[in-house]
Design a protein around this ligand. Structure first.
Ligand code: TEU
Ligand code: CA
Length: 532
């Protein structure tokens, strides 16, 4: 099947601002990544996904694109990207980019042109405009603010946004601005939507031709707008279907992974049912980190990885089952964390506690995605300034999971030669902060634990995404059999637990002892075992 390589992959997410600054301007860049490829290769990962690195005014950290075909000058040039693709390729690592499909920046020339026009473009509007506020309020607009934004002019009226006001929604077709009894305002094959559809293919093709392996697709569900019925959703799915067929033909190895189309733990699955259909046409789907029940943030319940053992795996297992029902063969990406939420090391979580979470993330039947810095246990920093749209939600500051990578004990933790005050975001001020250099030579470090886990996974196909999962115990401890041959147990709470399991030989374990009829797993213990 097209894009088949992906099912066996381990991903690594790089937030480009914060990885490595090669020219001392205080912001990470592509040359910095090229210089650090040996570290990434040492992890054993197969593919790097970058958050958007295209020209942008960076109101939302680059998720507000002003030119899809040009690397942002702060990160380098298109040639640097090609050099990165080649240098990574030599180490067996592919490069994936982030496709912001549903909206642009207000500074994109497409938007500037429509803003400065007297009225609709005779060739079809690329954005969604209305003269009077429609009855529908588009309740799903993010981040919880009105979806229609009053035009600053000269053009009068309102435009529809996708996220921040500075991110106008692209027009892929939109329905019934006046209410359910009104006709579609722009069918999906109206001139504006057709122009955007072609542009989307052109952008995808442009980067794939440069050797990129695929895209994580930002808000893939958001293309066709109709909050009043499932219709817009169905139209969005068929639009992705068209792109998928074109891709299978032109670039059969390329993958598209939509974000935001997965069932969300804590939200009703009925609500999600039509929502995640978008993944029908994709190569994989992406569960966000708290979907794993790992992180305390935004979960309306205690996470499963809780020292007191107050959580449950049930919401996660339900969401997993629902997503798998759409297509059992399609891989699901589970991340240690990402640029939108907390880190794996949040609150008081210790290295010991992180290890059981990491065992779960790297042996569940998913494609793991390691968020840069999680391999050394960088912590989530509360109370950081609101940089580049980090605060989008009164509950939460995204800057805390976006701080610069901690390489060594030199100035700025080796991230940048700039004066500390010039850094895009501050380095974790904790003098005990973990670094790559310190952990490299420590066999007991989180870094070497992650390396060991990835190499174990690569050595045993039963631990990878394609092999079956049979859950033996869904509470504390969590226990499951992979591929009929490997047993995994994780006990993320403080209290020890026992369970009856078939005889097995440990491959990697901590705090696991054999009892008459099974295993005793100490608090925070884990084991990956070969069934005998
Ligand atoms: O996020 C979309 C999304 O679903 C957000 O609501 C997410 O849940 C939120 O950031 C939680 O704090 C994507 C990107 O991941 C995000 O960084 C962008 O800001 C957003 O799209 C707009 O492009
Ligand atoms: Ca730089």
């Amino acid at each position: 099947m097209a894009g088949d390589w992906f099912a066996d992959a381990v991903m690594y997410e790089i937030y480009p601002q914060s990885f490595a600054d090669s020219n001392g301007d205080g912001i990470g860049d592509l040359r910095g990544v090229i210089d650090r490829l040996d570290h990434i290769a040492s992890l054993g990962v197969d593919v790097i996904w970058f958050n958007p690195c295209f020209a942008s005014p960076f109101v939302d950290a680059g998720y507000d694109v002003s030119d899809y075909l040009t690397i942002a000058p702060r990160y380098g040039t298109n040639d640097d990207l090609v050099e990165l693709v080649e240098a990574a390729g030599k180490r067996g690592i592919r490069i994936m980019l982030d496709l912001v499909a549903g909206h642009t920046s207000i500074e994109h020339p497409w938007f500037r042109k429509e803003l400065h026009a007297d009225g609709p473009d005779p060739k079809g509007d690329r954005y969604i405009w209305c003269e009077q506020l429609p009855a529908s309020t588009w309740a799903r607009a993010m981040p919880g603010t009105p979806a229609w934004v009053e035009s600053p002019g000269p053009r009068r009226g309102y435009y529809l946004k996708n996220f921040y006001d500075e991110q106008p929604a692209l027009n892929f077709g939109w329905a019934r601005p006046g209410g359910a009894d009104q006709p579609w305002r722009d069918a999906v094959d109206a001139p504006g939507p057709l122009r955007n559809r072609q542009a989307l293919k052109d952008i995808i093709g442009f980067w794939l031709a440069k050797g990129v392996a695929g895209f994580r697709v930002d808000m893939a569900f958001s293309l066709v707008k109709d909050e009043l019925s499932d219709e817009g959703r169905a139209e969005t799915v068929s639009l992705w279907g068209e792109i998928r067929r074109w891709l299978d033909d032109a670039y059969p190895q390329a993958v598209l992974i939509p974000e935001g189309a997965e069932p969300r733990v804590g939200e009703s699955l009925a609500f999600d049912a039509d929502f995640f259909l978008v993944i029908k046409e994709a190569h994989a789907s992406l569960f966000d980190n708290h979907a794993a029940g790992i992180l305390p943030f935004q979960a309306p319940r205690e996470p499963f990885f809780d020292a007191e053992g107050r959580g449950s795996t049930r919401p996660f297992l339900d969401a997993w089952t629902a997503a798998k029902a759409v297509d059992p063969g399609r891989p699901i990406v589970l991340s240690t964390a990402d640029h939108d939420y907390a880190r794996l090391r949040v609150g008081g979580r210790t290295a010991e506690q992180m290890r059981s979470a990491l065992v779960f993330l790297f042996t569940w039947g998913s494609v793991p995605c390691l968020y840069y810095g999680d391999e050394i246990g960088m912590r989530y920093l509360p109370d950081l300034p609101n940089v580049e749209g980090a605060v989008c939600n009164p509950l939460y500051n995204r800057a805390g999971c976006r701080t610069p990578m901690q390489w060594d004990s030199t100035a700025n933790a080796g991230f940048s030669a700039a004066a500390a005050a010039k850094l895009y975001l501050p380095i974790d001020p904790d003098p005990q902060r973990p670094t790559v250099a310190a952990q490299n030579d420590d066999p007991a470090s989180t870094l070497n634990f992650v390396r060991g886990l990835i190499s174990l996974r690569q050595a045993h196909p039963a631990l990878r995404a394609r092999a079956s999962i049979e859950v033996l115990s869904e509470g504390y401890p969590l226990a499951y059999v992979r591929g009929g041959t490997h047993l995994v147990v994780v006990n993320p709470r403080r209290e020890a637990a026992s369970l009856a399991v078939p005889p097995a030989t440990p491959l990697l374990a901590e705090g696991v002892t054999t009892t008459a009829d099974g295993l005793r797993v100490a608090g925070f213990g884990y084991g990956i075992l070969a069934l005998r």
